[in-house]
Design a protein around this ligand. Structure first.
Ligand SMILES: Nc1nc2c(ncn2[C@@H]2O[C@H](COP(=O)(O)OP(=O)(O)OP(=O)(O)O)[C@@H](O)[C@H]2O)c(=O)[nH]1
Ligand SMILES: [Mg+2]
Length: 296
């Protein structure tokens, strides 16, 4: 079943690449070409509003005679996408990370990846299992912590996650850790509960570690497409996001959603994550990302 869905998605992916390159190989570009490009971008999750902005800018260039052939279109599109993404660079503010996002989007996996990287840089890392909603969630992070030989603070199932975070902040100060990575729950009975809980966690960290600005990062499953824009909007309202982690980029999604998130919500992309091994992520680089998106 899963294989079937995967193959189907792969077909959509190939269609994107094939279609966009059919436009880039044209000897002359006309207004119809731009219309076709608009449809293709929407199909790649770039979103209606953001696509419109891109197409409007391209139209201007076309009317000024700067886009005559397919290769001009490719260069101009690359430039537009690059401008969009580099307008909002991510700046790491401290070594305090709060990971938020809907269930299954990759928070726990990314917590382990980031912890491993910071540890390899010589930092003393403390992981925090603040997802006390499910016992399995604590176990999952504990397994990672053991495997990586990294310290972990965790509570018991049902315990107030903010109290786990409070204790973790105490440990962080007392034992002089360098980095704090907090994994949170993705699902509670209601969205309001989850948001209230995250707000409370942030308040606790700010109070306990006032000299540090928290990096609040939202994991966005690249396979979910347009739904992610609305999620990002909701999380941003209550947690004031510092950046996005685009996960599951080893899948077939094109990841066009980041353009919509960056443009419509002004949230920068911080990391790209693409597998289940700890080294499978990197800092987001706009140029490389755009090239990958458009490559054949
Ligand atoms: N292929 C792939 N799988 C991933 C990636 N990141 C996470 N996964 C897998 O996706 C599933 C969900 O990841 P988790 O890290 O548990 O997600 P979560 O956000 O912590 O989920 P909850 O704890 O339920 O809220 C797991 O099976 C992970 O192994 C990725 O970049 N690529
Ligand atoms: Mg988790």
């Amino acid at each position: 079943m899963f294989g079937f869905i995967k193959n189907k998605l792969k077909k959509i992916y190939d269609t994107f690449t094939t279609k966009v390159h059919a436009l880039f190989s044209k000897t002359t570009v006309d207004p119809e070409t731009l219309k076709e490009l608009e449809t293709i971008l929407i199909g790649a999750d770039v979103g209606v509003k953001t696509t419109r902005t891109i197409i409007t800018n391209l139209k201007k260039k076309y009317e000024q005679g700067q886009i005559a052939k397919g290769s001009d279109l490719k260069n101009a599109l690359e430039q537009e996408l690059h401008n969009l993404l580099s307008a909002q660079p991510f700046e790491q503010k401290s070594n305090i990370f709060l990971l938020v996002g809907i269930n299954g989007s990759g928070k726990t996996t990314f917590a382990a990846k980031l912890a491993s990287k910071l540890q390899s840089e010589g930092k003393k890392v403390l992981l925090v299992a603040a997802d006390t909603f499910r016992a399995a969630a604590v176990e999952q992070l504990t397994t990672w912590a053991k495997k990586l030989n990294i310290a972990i603070e965790s509570g018991t199932q049902g315990q107030d996650p903010a109290s786990v975070v409070f204790k973790a902040c105490e440990t962080f100060k007392q034992k002089q850790f360098d980095a704090l990575i907090i994994d949170t729950a993705g699902r509670l009975q209601t969205k309001t509960n989850l948001m209230k809980e995250l707000e409370k966690i942030k308040r606790i960290i700010s109070k306990q570690l006032p000299e540090n600005t928290i990096n609040t990062l939202l994991t966005v499953d690249s396979m979910l497409g347009q739904n992610s824009l609305e999620q990002a909007r909701i999380f941003n309202q209550s947690t004031d996001l510092s950046g996005i982690i685009l996960t599951k980029m080893d899948g077939t999604a094109k990841g066009g959603i980041v353009f919509a998130i960056v443009q419509e919500l002004n949230i920068p992309v911080a990391y790209i994550s693409f597998g289940e091994q700890t080294d499978q992520f990197k800092n987001f680089a706009p140029q490389e990302y755009v090239q990958q998106l458009l490559e054949e």
